[in-house]
Design a protein around this ligand. Structure first.
Ligand code: 9MR
Length: 583
């Protein structure tokens, strides 16, 4: 009898080869076509992150078999990395006619993979990276640079999106609603709000609060030289340089009495042309309680942030904040409504309580003065999460985040109460995420729904800063997975990132510049069940709320971009990058 002696290492190698051989035979190999039925984060997962993805298919499919499996393969699709079962099929009633089969795998090591489901096909690449979200984080900040008004964007900083300056805004006429009759002011700079070219104080100040929150929570997330701005190389944070571009404009919108003009705008929206061609007369319109108090909050916070770098600027910001607060509290009912001859964005809100609390919170955190604390006791932050309220509800949360950030300055009782509240809210958001087939926290899809998902994630981050639970990080990450591609529209909602980003955003420069790809780093608003633009947009028949999105230029209600949508995206990706680096 012949005995073949095989050494242990050799035996191991043979076993490995035979396993590999069998699996490769079972895999057809990736032929270049990916399936839209496998939906995943198209940008990047962290190596310690459970890979959330969805297999969605209609009618009879591989999903109908309870033993359906998936394979994680290499990029070429011919070598097996891992295998698993899809598990129980889940009918998702909110998504008519579509079966969503969420599943997850254990974390994967740094590398590039595909998911293969027999009978369904191969997915887009799965990227697993240590700095999974750094690129879209930086991209979303550069998105602000592209939104700069009154300034040319040279090729050196803007690449193929270089463009001429638009809207000098050096002679903006007072509209009668401003309280001034005749005359003009100079109010240059700042960022365009969205796909339109107007500048609104409410939606300048409130995103500013979100941006500054990130700076306060994680330290400078974009130091000098990281954003390739005209200011890069000046020895100061690129992050704060970009913020200053907006703050400087905001300061010009304060009237002599301390109140803030509500907006700087044309009477009607401009056509789909480049900024330098959009030359209709611009006006200073309205003066409102909400604009004034939001401004007071953002500038009080900014004075804290800029103080170590530029004390004179900090003084100027704080003085402006105080004057605005005084006006806002003395004029609590200056509700803004578009005058009859103005039809641009309204940013109306009948209730200025959140704004008042936010202003008091920032002024108190900055100065420690009793007056502001008294106000907080009279009107404690109404911290809450209600997607249906959308942006109008988030100023109250910003107030709470700031008070939570400074335990030494805030009386213990108030701090404890807020701490308990943020944890309770975050725990219920974690449950919402777990129960949702796409593992994101909302069921009500309104105008800018992606920002609701991201504001929920901001709340989870605030809770995580109080109590560093892994569950919170997991829920924030899977919310970001949703925004970056794990969604029924199979789209990465940030332009210029992922494999399938929006190509036809409602954004005037992107439409008019003659370049096929839109300006990068801008977040599409996302599904909006109300479809206020359906007259101009073709939505899929019977689209469920989470599917009510159209990559079409006229879709201002689902596919526009906006400052207060980019801001929480930046916060959340910046926060996750910080968490990953700190681990
Ligand atoms: O985000 C705003 C949304 O909540 C409103 O329903 C909508 C209609 O008033 O306006 C949205 O904001 C837009 C603003 O009015 C003008 N610039 C573009 C903004 C995003 O679409």
């Amino acid at each position: 009898m012949r005995v073949v002696r095989i050494s242990l290492p050799l035996l191991f190698l043979l076993l490995l080869l035979s396993c590999g051989g069998e699996s490769s035979m079972a895999l057809p190999g990736f032929a270049g076509e990916t399936t839209p039925a496998i939906q995943l984060n198209q940008v990047g997962y962290y190596p310690d992150q459970a890979i959330q993805f969805t297999v969605a298919a209609t009618g009879t499919s591989a999903l109908d078999r309870p033993d359906s499996s998936y394979q994680i393969t290499n990029l070429a699709g011919d070598s097996l990395v891992r295998e698993g079962y899809l598990g129980q099929r889940q009918d998702w009633t909110a998504l008519a006619g579509v079966l969503a089969q969420p599943t997850l795998a254990d974390p994967l090591p740094v590398g590039e993979y595909r998911i293969y489901v027999p009978g369904v096909g191969y997915s887009e690449a799965v990227h697993v990276m240590e700095d999974a979200l750094q690129a879209p984080f930086i991209g979303s900040l550069r998105g602000l640079y592209y939104q700069r008004a009154s300034q040319a964007l040279p090729e050196q900083y803007a690449g193929e999106y270089a463009r001429a300056a638009g809207h000098p805004d050096t002679e903006v006429l007072y509209h009668p609603s401003s309280g001034h009759s005749g005359g003009s002011i100079s109010s240059p700079g700042g960022w365009y709000d969205a796909g339109d070219y107007n500048k609104y104080i409410v939606n300048g100040a409130f995103p500013m609060g979100q941006y500054l929150a990130l700076y306060e929570d994680v330290g400078d997330p974009a130091p000098d030289g990281s954003l390739n701005l005209p200011e890069s190389g000046n020895g100061q944070s690129d992050y704060l340089d970009e913020m200053k571009y907006e703050l400087d404009w905001m300061l010009t919108m304060q009237d002599e009495d301390g109140g803030l003009f509500h907006k700087l705008t044309t009477l009607r929206f401009e056509g789909m042309v480049m900024p330098n061609v959009a030359t209709s007369q611009r006006y200073i319109v309205g003066k409102s309680t909400t604009a004034t108090l939001d401004f007071a909050a953002a500038t009080a916070q900014a004075s804290r942030v800029y103080r170590p770098l530029d004390a004179a600027y900090a003084d100027r910001l704080l003085a402006a904040a105080r004057r605005a607060y005084t006006w806002g509290t003395a004029n609590p009912n200056a509700v803004f409504r578009n005058p009859d001859d103005v039809s641009t964005g309204e940013y109306g809100d009948d209730n200025a309580d959140d704004e008042r609390t936010w202003a008091a919170a920032e002024l108190f955190a900055t100065t420690g003065e009793q007056e502001y604390y008294n106000e907080l006791q009279a009107r404690p932050p109404r911290m809450r999460f209600n997607a249906g309220e959308s942006w109008t509800g988030y100023m109250g949360n910003l107030a709470a985040y700031t008070l939570l950030r400074f335990p030494d300055r805030v009386p213990q009782e108030m701090h404890q109460e807020l701490r308990q509240l943020v944890i309770t809210l975050a725990d219920s958001l974690v449950m919402d995420v777990d129960q949702n087939p796409y593992r994101q926290p909302i069921t009500d899809f309104e105008w800018g729904s992606n920002s609701d998902v991201l504001n929920a994630a901001m709340l989870l981050a605030a809770a995580h800063r109080q109590e560093p639970k892994e569950d919170y990080v997991a829920a924030i990450r899977s919310s970001v997975d949703y925004v970056l591609g794990n969604n029924p529209n199979n789209v990465c909602y940030l332009t210029g990132y992922g494999d399938r980003a929006p190509m036809n955003i409602h954004h005037r420069p992107s439409i008019a510049d003659g370049i096929a790809a839109p300006v990068p780093g801008l977040l599409s608003g996302g599904p909006n069940s109300k479809q206020q633009d359906k007259q101009y947009t073709t939505y899929e028949a019977g689209a469920a709320p989470m599917q009510s999105w159209a990559d079409q230029e006229p879709s201002f209600a689902s596919n526009e971009i906006c400052l207060n949508w980019n801001a929480p995206f930046t916060y959340v990706t910046g926060y996750l990058e910080h968490v990953a680096t700190a681990k």
